[in-house]
Design a protein around this ligand. Structure first.
Ligand SMILES: NC(=O)c1ccc[n+]([C@@H]2O[C@H](COP(=O)([O-])OP(=O)(O)OC[C@H]3O[C@@H](n4cnc5c(N)ncnc54)[C@H](OP(=O)(O)O)[C@@H]3O)[C@@H](O)[C@H]2O)c1
Length: 253
C-alpha cells in the first residue's frame, strides 16, 4: 500500500494553520491525499492555506477557530466531521501563542500574559480534543505540537515552556483515555524552527543554535512535517503517549 493510498478518504484537522508550521502540516497532509480542514483565529490566513491546497488539486475546508472557546471548538469539530463524511481521522493541535509573546525573567513576567498563554497553548489542545472526541474513531490519531524548549528549559520564557510541558503531560493522559477506543495520541517537540514567528523572536534566527545541533543546520517547517505524517499514519499504529523531539539533534532525552 502506498502512503497516498493509506491516506485516501482520511480527513485531518490542523489548528493554527493560517501560516507557519500549521500551514506546512496542512500542505504536507494534502500532498499525501488527506482531505484537510484548516482552522485558525486568523480566518483569512486559514482561507489562504485552504486555497493553496485546492489550487494543487486537494480537498480543503477552512473556518475560524478560537481554541480557548468551548463553543468555537465544538462548532468547528462538528463542521469538520461533516466535511470528513462523519468522522475526523487526524487532529493536529498546532495552534498556540508563540509569535509576539514576551521573554522576561520570572519576576517580571506579566501574570495576565501567563494566563493567556496557558489558555491557548495548554487548555486549547484539551478543549479541541474534547470537542473532536465524539468524531474520532478506531484508527484516528491526535498529534499535539509541544516544543523542545520543555527539555532545555529556555530562560525567560516560563509561561511558554510551562504551557508546552502541559501539552506533553496532556498527551500522556489522553493517550490512556482514548487508547481504549484504539485512538493514538502523541506529541512532537520541534526545536527552534524558521517560521515568521521565529524571526520575530530572534534577529539571528538563521544561525541560532545551529552549532549545537548534530546536523548543523537550521530547521525549516518542512523538517517537522514528516513526524506528523508518521505519527498520524498506519506505521505508528502501536505508538501512543510519546513525545518525538524533532530538532536536528540539538538535545537528547
Ligand atoms: N517555530 C518554532 O520555532 C517552534 C518550535 C517549537 C514549537 N513550535 C510550536 O509550533 C506551533 C506553530 O508555531 P509557528 O512558529 O508556526 O507559530 P505561529 O505562526 O504563531 O502559529 C500559531 C498559529 O496559531 C494561531 N492561534 C493563536 N491563538 C489561537 C487561538 N486561540 N485559536 C486558534 N488559533 C490560534 C495563530 O494565529 P495568530 O497569528 O493570529 O495569533 C497562528 O496562526 C506552535 O504550537 C508553536 O508553539 C514552534
Amino acid at each position: 500500500m502506498t502512503q497516498a493510498s493509506a491516506a485516501a478518504g482520511r480527513t485531518v484537522l490542523v489548528t493554527g494553520a493560517a501560516g507557519g508550521l500549521g500551514r506546512s502540516f496542512a500542505l504536507g497532509f494534502a500532498e499525501r491525499g488527506y482531505a484537510v480542514a484548516v482552522a485558525d483565529v486568523d480566518e483569512s490566513g486559514a482561507a489562504e492555506t485552504a486555497a493553496l491546497i485546492a489550487d494543487a488539486g486537494g480537498r480543503a475546508w477552512h473556518g475560524r477557530l478560537d481554541v480557548t472557546s468551548v463553543g468555537s471548538t465544538e462548532e468547528v469539530a462538528a463542521a469538520v466531521a461533516e466535511f470528513g463524511g462523519g468522522r475526523i481521522d487526524v487532529l493536529v493541535n498546532n495552534a498556540a501563542l508563540y509569535a509576539g509573546i514576551t521573554r522576561a525573567p520570572i519576576e517580571e513576567l506579566d501574570p495576565a500574559e501567563w494566563d493567556r498563554v496557558m489558555a491557548v497553548n495548554a487548555k486549547g489542545p484539551w478543549l479541541m480534543t474534547r470537542a473532536a472526541s465524539p468524531h474520532l474513531g478506531a484508527g484516528s490519531s491526535v498529534v499535539n505540537i509541544a516544543s523542545a524548549t520543555v527539555m532545555s528549559g529556555s530562560a525567560q520564557w516560563a509561561h511558554y515552556v510551562s504551557s508546552k510541558g502541559a501539552v506533553i503531560a496532556l498527551t500522556r493522559v489522553m493517550a490512556k483515555e482514548l487508547g481504549v477506543r484504539e485512538i493514538t495520541v502523541n506529541a512532537i517537540a520541534p526545536g527552534f524552527t524558521l517560521t515568521e514567528a521565529s524571526y520575530g523572536h530572534m534577529a539571528d534566527a538563521d544561525s541560532y543554535g545551529v552549532d549545537r545541533g548534530a546536523l548543523h543546520r537550521a530547521s525549516t517547517p518542512e523538517d517537522i512535517v514528516g513526524a506528523a505524517l508518521f505519527l498520524a499514519g498506519p506505521d505508528a499504529a502501536f505508538i501512543s503517549g510519546q513525545t518525538l523531539v524533532v530538532d536536528g539533534g540539538r538535545q537528547f532525552i
